[in-house]
Write a protein that binds this ligand. Structure first.
Ligand code: CDP
Length: 227
């Protein structure tokens, strides 16, 4: 396939709560691309496994993949989001129980293959902005644009809490959330890799619109006529 026939791929990776998904969604809107959050698929598979009632310690790849059978991707604005038996999974996949169980599921290679197949399927038919931990490495090494977003853990924890609580969190709340994020980063370390050719953006002191503008400009330059 020549490069002019190939779909555009923008890959945004980074650690927990680094702002990947909201940035990716905004970039997709600017470019008229479809956004897919790979983390939401790992979360959806985890929530579906929790629905079986089997304790997480006993989950096997077969059980998890069986539960994943009922998950599809459905449109929501510029994004495709996971749905269970057709119903979009929203709050269920963002809770503390899923947060704690998801790294265990994400380490199962059969689950990684399942998630990656779903995302590659979308990218065959559309221009995409994808986000996660390994989009620019394992899944789309050929991506047109690769970005790795980082931010100070305290700042990431604060942003995540503001998003969830819709108020300013206390120092104690931020400290506890920072611990949870750092713990999840450690649990995810093997699958979180910065591509050598990714642009590193530290968002600690950036406004979201600034990082979006940088990524959109980069994408327009890289995609040329495909953007
Ligand atoms: O946004 P946040 O950092 O909280 O996490 P997420 O992107 O929603 O991803 C949730 C979990 O899915 C992570 O903690 C990883 O365990 C897993 N994940 C992964 O292993 N590979 C990806 N490409 C994306 C997520």
């Amino acid at each position: 396939m020549s490069s002019s026939e190939r779909r555009g791929i923008v890959a945004i990776d980074g650690p927990a709560a680094s702002g990947k998904s909201s940035t990716a969604e905004w970039v997709a809107r600017e470019l008229g691309f479809t956004h897919v959050d790979s983390g939401s698929l790992y979360r959806a598979v985890t929530a579906a496994a929790l629905r079986t009632g089997v304790p997480a310690a006993e989950w096997t790849p077969a059980l998890v993949l069986g539960a994943a059978d009922d998950i599809t991707l459905v449109p929501d604005g510029h994004s495709l989001v996971p749905a269970f038996e057709g119903a979009p999974m929203t709050d269920e996949i963002r809770g503390a129980i899923v947060n704690a169980a998801v790294p265990r599921v994400a380490r199962m290679s059969a689950v990684r293959a399942w998630v990656n197949d779903r995302i590659r399927e979308v990218a065959r038919a559309r221009n995409v902005v994808v986000d996660g931990r390994d989009m620019g490495t394992a899944v789309f090494p050929e991506a047109d644009v690769k970005v790795y977003l980082v931010a100070d853990p305290w700042e990431r924890a604060k942003r995540r809490l503001v998003q969830h609580l819709r108020r300013l969190p206390t120092e104690a709340e931020i400290a506890a959330e920072t611990d949870r994020l750092v713990h999840r980063d450690a649990a995810d370390a093997t699958q979180s890799v910065q591509a050598r050719d990714a642009l590193l953006i530290d968002t600690t002191h950036l406004l979201q619109e600034e990082q979006v503008a940088r990524i959109v400009a980069l994408a327009r330059a890289a995609l040329g006529g495909r953007g």
